[in-house]
Design a protein around this ligand. Structure first.
Ligand SMILES: [Zn+2]
Length: 697
């Protein structure tokens, strides 16, 4: 095969005569070719680092499966006279760190063209897959079950699947949200993941898995995958003998594709890794940050003050000016006014007035702009909460536009006095682009928090909106993306925070548009927050793990428990005593020092705790400087001592460890820390210890 293109460490080779193509990087070598009556298959899939062969016979293209006119289709299915997709031509595009290989496939009878894409990226092991259908025929076709990840692999070794639940609100311990589960995958077994009935993408599970080959030592090598979709979805991983298949698809989408029309699937991401689950998480994060997450401003994630847990809707300019004075003094970098700032919202339900989206003159007599200017003068950024997709049906805007409301079988989707807006209606999308842009400009907003507190169920099927009766969730999701994309483009420096009653819409589709994500509304107890941070870390880069200190208690360990991602405070600062404010100030300074390490590699030196009697130990580590920190919590463990083996260090180097609380310093070799471990002591239950780690000494 001869080289057709190269982008950094990714190479595309091809042989036009043999009709073979190979996409390779240090993490994969995928060979694709033409078989049968002209269909395209993956012929070979190797990991160059380990020589592992993930395929023993050919498999369908990973990025292409759906149902067409009721017939299940892949690049190799069907083989009967329902008609196959055969190769029309192959193209590629190389630009800005990415190399895309595209197969154009023509349906034998229907006049439908499919473009199936494999996108590879320089410097990271991620592959992005997906497809677009274009109807070049004379008759409409019906498409459903858009599946951008239909993976086949062959493996004789034992396999384990790692999965993660979504962001449930749960006061128990261990909580049900962000729970990691390891599932063995023996012959005949399957694992099903899904969004849940409410229709928000991570109400039940996160659209993510890691699949690992296991031996006596643990996980050795595997594949991480996820779906870039914020609507309804489902995934099934199953094993039959040595054959493993993984399906991840957008569900509840049935679209009649008329002649000349186009429909695109969501994308899916795949990352091969070599090593253990920590390595899987690190490669996944590295890839996501490089490929799809928006860039962030310096010193991000900023330390936040948020008004919600302290003040709920009982906010006004005088109260918040006093809070802003204290927040600035503590070292907060952004002051976020949460729900309740808009016209129509009193001191009760924050849903009242949703849809008005102008400031409440009673609460802000000089206008919200004046308060924003006050915050800026204090040296902080200004943040503001919105919830565009829900509307108070008693507002004028709702009464004027009944056709903006999402409906299922003629009934408004929502409950009580609230309705779900249909972003499948282009008028709604246009209105929110304009209105949100006005909010950002008028109030000089640096940080916009986009919340979503309403179930969508099966979605809107009102075909008068401009979408079809079977594709309401698809159209709504695309509409939400369009508004976010518009804001990102119009305000390149605007920070977007995602939120959906906590973590009910965290997925790799929304990650393209938001810089951080509010993890869970149950942020009250330190042990639960650490549990969430430990689990969610595997699927989400650290800056997306936004948690705060609220009114639970404000001891050193409480603050440190929120330092595993983005850090914030949401409490009545004016009611904090001097001692608490002093601890907060020190904690914020500590977090700012820890932040560069938090954003880099992490090793979980203890398992996700299943009881309050377990320690939690995180090692933050920057491979570039060979430095970092160890942060440990004892919770209610009866043991005041624990030895942990560090990871990732250079065995031959010497490291200095410095206790942030006592000032004690120890110098130890890498090999000692890796093999014999490091001895941690926390004298009191509920306490913590923080050790800075640096090379030298
Ligand atoms: Zn609709």
């Amino acid at each position: 095969m001869r080289q057709l293109a190269q982008v950094g460490d990714v190479v595309l080779e091809g042989d036009g005569k043999q009709r073979l193509w190979r996409l390779r990087s240090p993490a994969y070598a995928l060979t694709m070719g033409v078989v049968g009556r002209g269909q395209v298959a993956v012929l070979d899939w190797q990991n160059p680092a380990t020589q592992t062969q993930w395929l023993k016979s050919l498999a369908p293209l990973f990025g292409f499966a759906m149902t067409l006119n009721g017939v299940p289709v892949t690049s190799l299915q069907p083989l009967d006279d329902a008609g196959a997709f055969v190769l029309a031509d192959v193209g590629h595009e190389a630009k800005a760190g990415r190399l895309e290989l595209r197969f154009r496939l023509r349906h034998e009878w229907l006049g439908v063209m499919a473009t199936v894409s494999f996108c590879a990226f320089d410097g990271v092991p991620m592959l992005e897959t997906g497809f677009t259908l274009h109807n070049e025929g004379d008759e409409a076709v019906t498409v459903s079950g858009l599946c951008p990840l239909f993976l086949t692999l062959h493996c004789a070794a034992p396999l384990t699947v790692l999965t993660l639940t979504g962001g449930h609100y749960d006061e128990r311990f261990p909580p049900s949200g962000f729970t990691l589960s390891e599932h063995p995958l023996p012959d005949g077994a399957s694992v099903t993941l899904e969004c849940g009935d409410a229709g928000r993408s991570s109400q039940k599970d996160i659209a993510w898995f890691a699949l690992g080959k296991r031996d006596d030592e643990g996980i050795m090598e595997g594949i991480v995958g996820g779906l870039a979709w914020s609507g309804r979805w489902r995934s099934v991983l199953q094993r039959e003998g040595e054959t493993v298949t993984v399906r991840m698809e957008a569900t509840e989408v049935t679209h009649r594709l008329p002649p000349s029309a186009t429909l695109s699937s969501p994308s899916a991401f795949l990352v091969p890794f070599v090593g253990d689950w920590d390595e899987a998480g690190w490669q996944w994060h590295r890839s996501l940050l490089s490929v799809c997450c928006p860039p962030t401003p310096p010193d991000f994630p900023w330390v936040q003050f948020n008004t919600w847990f302290g003040w709920t809707t009982r906010i006004d300019a005088a109260t918040l000016r006093r809070e802003a004075d204290i927040a600035a003094d503590l070292g907060c970098e952004v002051f976020v006014v949460d729900a309740g700032w808009y016209d129509g919202c009193g001191t009760g339900d924050f849903g009242h007035g949703l849809g008005n989206w102008v400031d409440h003159h009673g609460k802000f007599p000089d206008g919200l702009r004046a308060f924003s200017e006050y915050v800026h003068r204090k040296g902080m950024k200004f943040g503001l909460w919105v919830e565009p997709e829900r509307i108070d049906l008693e507002t004028e805007i709702a009464k004027q536009h009944p056709d903006w409301l999402a409906k299922r079988d003629g009934r408004i989707i929502g409950g009580g006095r609230y309705g779900h807006l249909c972003f499948g209606n282009p008028q709604v999308v246009a209105w929110f682009k304009e209105r949100l842009a006005k909010i950002v400009a008028d109030y000089e907003v640096d940080w916009l928090k986009w919340d979503y507190n309403i179930a969508y169920g099966l979605g809107c099927n009102d075909a008068t909106h401009g979408h079809q009766d079977g594709d309401g969730t698809y159209a709504h999701t695309q509409g939400v993306y369009a508004v976010k994309a518009f804001l990102r483009e119009k305000f390149p420096h605007l920070v977007l925070e995602g939120c959906a009653s906590g973590g009910h819409r965290i997925d790799f589709g929304i990650l393209r548009f938001v810089h951080t994500y509010w993890l869970s509304d149950f942020t009250h107890r330190a042990a639960n927050v650490r549990f969430h941070l430990t689990g969610a870390w595997f699927a989400l880069p650290p800056r997306y793990l936004n948690t705060w200190v609220v009114h639970e208690g404000t001891m050193v360990a409480d603050f440190r428990s929120r330092m595993g991602g983005a850090f914030g405070i949401s409490a009545r600062l004016c009611e904090w005593d001097e001692g608490t404010r002093e601890r907060a100030k020190r904690a914020i300074a500590e977090y700012k020092r820890l932040r560069p390490f938090v954003l880099k590699r992490r090793f979980l030196l203890t398992l996700q705790p299943r009881s309050l009697h377990s320690w939690t130990v995180w090692q933050f580590y920057d491979p570039a400087t060979d430095g970092g920190a160890l942060l440990a919590f004892r919770e209610q463990s009866p043991d005041e001592r624990l030895t942990v083996r560090l990871k990732g260090l250079n065995p031959d180097a010497r490291y200095q460890l410095h206790d942030a609380d006592t000032g004690e310093t120890k110098t130890l070799t890498g090999i000692h820390l890796l093999r014999d471990g490091f001895f941690l002591t926390i004298p009191e239950q509920g306490g913590s210890t923080l050790w800075w780690l640096q090379r030298g000494g």
